[in-house]
Write a protein that binds this ligand. Structure first.
Ligand code: 13P
Length: 250
């Protein structure tokens, strides 16, 4: 079912004390109700303490990444079973930092996605174009390709476990946000792709989040668009007040 979601991607920013302090600040400032699901994605060592500290809140603790492998000799990797054993039900896959810095390609992201889904996880699948691609006018085909390669082998039933996050790379951490019209246009394009491939139900039920310099000042105008179902927030999620102000924009 399509849901509004505001997810904070803490990236490699919070050690354990910082992570726990931020959770404490979030809990202190939480209102009884939000018109969206709230998620935070701490680093791996902080996930279990974060899970325990948020049990009495509506905040879901999610992972920033996972391995496509089941188990075994994969030094440095974290399996889906391991994440599930510490309470994680949702994982971010395909963030542009994973694609660009760690060279995760479409085939690997497709493997991670299906592995996570087959274990019953929800996946926040990220896509988005670089600035040169947008300048060349190739953003729709680039994002379309990313989605096709990682998600079009799934069944409509499996797609129920997928949330898509459109994050134009030129807007990540730059302070430059896609305009509400640019976000809506791409989200509508993605939804049309889902409709053409999977059918009306999948298109209607899939949440599509926007990410890239989402702030309290621009969240409401982004979320007001019919195809923008929330945000994947980086920098602004590291401050409890600004993260909750973004969640309040719904
Ligand atoms: P910023 O909100 O810092 O631009 O980061 C967005 C992002 O990459 C979330 O995954």
């Amino acid at each position: 079912m399509r849901k509004n979601i505001v997810a904070g991607n803490w990236k490699m920013n919070c050690d354990l004390p910082t992570s726990q302090k931020l959770i404490w600040e979030l809990k202190k400032a939480l209102k009884p109700d939000y018109n969206c699901e709230l998620m935070i994605a701490p680093s791996f060592p902080c996930i279990y303490p974060a899970f325990n500290s948020t049990l009495d809140t509506p905040i879901e603790v999610v992972a920033q990444n996972c391995s496509e492998q089941e188990k075994g000799a994969f030094t440095g990797e974290v399996s889906i079973d391991m994440l599930q054993s510490v309470g994680v039900k949702t994982v971010i896959i395909g963030h542009s930092e994973r694609r660009d810095i760690y060279k995760e390609d479409d085939a690997l992201l497709a493997a991670k996605t299906v592995a996570a889904i087959n274990k019953g996880m929800r996946v926040i699948f990220c896509c988005g174009e670089h600035l040169e691609i947008r300048k060349a006018g190739d953003h729709f085909s680039t994002v379309g390709n990313q989605i096709e390669k990682a998600l079009f082998n799934l069944t409509p039933a499996q797609m129920e476990q997928v949330v898509i996050a459109y994050e134009p790379v030129w807007a990540i951490g730059t302070g430059e946000t896609a305009s509400p019209a640019q976000a809506q246009e791409m989200h509508a394009h993605i939804r049309t792709m889902l409709k053409d491939h999977f059918g009306d139900m999948t298109a209607h039920h899939t949440s599509i989040l926007y990410g890239g310099s989402v702030k309290p000042a621009n969240a409401a105008e982004l979320f007001a668009n019919p195809d923008v179902d929330g945000g994947l927030v980086g920098g602004a999620s590291l401050d409890a007040q600004s993260f909750l102000a973004i969640a309040d924009a719904f």
